[in-house]
Design a protein around this ligand. Structure first.
Ligand SMILES: [Zn+2]
Ligand SMILES: [Zn+2]
Length: 194
């Protein structure tokens, strides 16, 4: 059975990924495996912005995609961007089945708040679930409580649940039981998701 892999890109607390993996296994009924960190791809760094370009970081992740991986999710502590956007919390490449999530703006300390590992963890979990939804082919949802709602700010992110709404949950069940690359034709216009 194929597994869903989590890996840190650059330095990141492995314990947080292991904790997330346990919860995700219960939710998604897949085996989640945390594997060793890969280094930050220096070619992805844009020194003028001090941010990393997602597409180049994903190229690096493609090289370590395990053979039995259904999906690979990279988690990084550095700030990520895509052209035309100031930053992204996460990004999913549906074709390569790889997501990358940045915890840079999920950390309460980024907003001048006191460190809170629980809050930090819930935000990370929510972001992982959101990007996993995209990897299963689910697009953004208009329900602002649903995990598939597009978060433009930390307020949006904290306001929504780590759970999917009933409709997205149904889509997820359908997609996770019959996932097949031939279904790509259902997503013709754009296969990348933020
Ligand atoms: Zn939804
Ligand atoms: Zn999204």
């Amino acid at each position: 059975m194929s597994k869903i892999y989590l890996t840190s890109v650059g330095k990141f607390k492995k314990k947080l990924l292991e904790k997330a993996a346990l919860l995700l296994e219960e939710r998604f009924l897949y085996e989640f495996k945390v594997v060793g960190a890969i280094p930050l791809p220096s070619q992805a760094l844009d020194p003028s912005r001090n941010q990393y370009l997602v597409s180049k970081a994903i190229e690096r992740l493609k090289k370590v995609m395990p053979k039995d991986a259904k999906f690979l999710l990279g988690i990084t502590a550095v700030d990520l961007f895509v052209p035309k956007l100031n930053f992204v919390y996460g990004y999913s490449d549906f074709i390569s089945k790889i997501s990358l999530i940045s915890t840079f703006r999920l950390n309460p300390e980024f907003y001048g708040e006191t460190a809170c590992e629980d809050r930090f963890f819930i935000r990370i979990l929510g972001e992982i679930i959101h990007e996993l939804g995209h990897l299963f082919g689910i697009k953004h949802c208009f329900n602002n409580k649903c995990a598939m709602y597009f978060s433009n700010s930390i307020y949006d992110l904290d306001n929504k649940n780590t759970f999917l709404c009933d409709e997205c949950e149904r889509k997820l069940k359908r997609a996770s039981s019959n996932y097949s690359p031939s279904k790509l034709s259902e997503f013709p216009e754009n296969n990348d998701f933020i």
